[in-house]
Ligand binder design. Structure first.
Ligand code: PGA
Length: 246
């Protein structure tokens, strides 16, 4: 299956940075992988209007279509301005905004309702890893935050060990392989044969220098990239690794 390289810009990026998105888009004219950028909300529309080879996504949405929820944005509002995928359950939101698995599940369902792809993030903390709880944490997060109807078009799972995000630390290759194989097994036993083609991304300190090795691991179908997605040159190195890894 073709790999997906998705950039998560977090709360970085002003309107001048649309030029970075345009450079990435131009580069993606002939790559053999899928590419997406999830900028902050205010940049989504212009990013969408000025690209043709990549997908534009968002980093969060509300569970409802509309309503008296000051400061919130619905999945429908995001798809209307061009978002084709929406990240839900990122560990920063689970921590900073107290998002539970139940909320993440409702948000995933909202993304499906709006016709977009939910990029559902899961991952263990360092303490959980050190106390051998990684697989049980992943199981619990998948059981409770993935929606009912998961298929390769409407859902991507992103495995992001919390301790690897923005730290420069990356798990051992065997640790990534074990987590991704566990996630694949869960998806197959829960959702059936179709789930074999649901993309499972790895996220956490992916950069040009480690992307090739990470993409060679079985059941790693791409990457969710934070810091290294902010500069087109850095991100293009990762895209090239994904494009060459088929
Ligand atoms: P990072 O972030 O690549 O900067 O570690 C990844 C993420 O938070 O999705």
């Amino acid at each position: 299956m073709s790999k997906l390289v998705a950039g998560n810009w977090k709360m970085f990026g002003d309107k001048n940075m649309i030029s970075e998105i345009k450079k990435i888009d131009q580069h993606c004219n002939e790559v053999r992988c899928e590419v997406a950028i999830c900028p902050p909300f205010p940049l989504i529309l212009s990013a969408y209007e000025q690209t043709k080879n990549i997908q534009i996504g968002a980093q969060n949405c509300h569970t409802d279509i509309n309503g008296a929820h000051t400061g919130e944005v619905s999945a429908e509002m995001l798809t209307e301005v061009g978002a084709q995928l929406i990240i839900v359950g990122h560990s920063e939101r689970r921590q900073d905004n107290y998002e539970s698995n139940d909320i993440v599940k409702l948000k995933s369902e909202a993304v499906h309702r709006a016709g977009a792809t939910a990029v559902v993030c899961i991952g263990e903390t360092l303490k959980e890893r050190e106390t051998d709880k990684t697989l049980s944490v992943l199981q619990e997060q998948m059981l409770n935050s993935l929606p009912k109807n998961v298929n390769p078009l409407n859902t991507v799972v992103a495995y992001e060990p919390v301790w690897a995000i923005g730290t420069g630390l990356v798990p051992e290759i065997d640790q990534i392989r074990a987590a991704h194989s566990f996630i694949r097994g869960f998806l197959a036993s829960t959702y059936g044969a179709e789930a074999h083609n649901v993309k499972i991304l790895y996220g956490g300190s992916v950069k040009g220098s480690n992307a090739k090795e990470i993409f060679s691991i079985s059941n790693v179908n791409g990457a969710l990239v934070g810091g290294a997605s902010l500069k087109s040159n850095d991100f293009i190195e990762i895209i090239t690794a994904a494009s060459n890894s088929i």
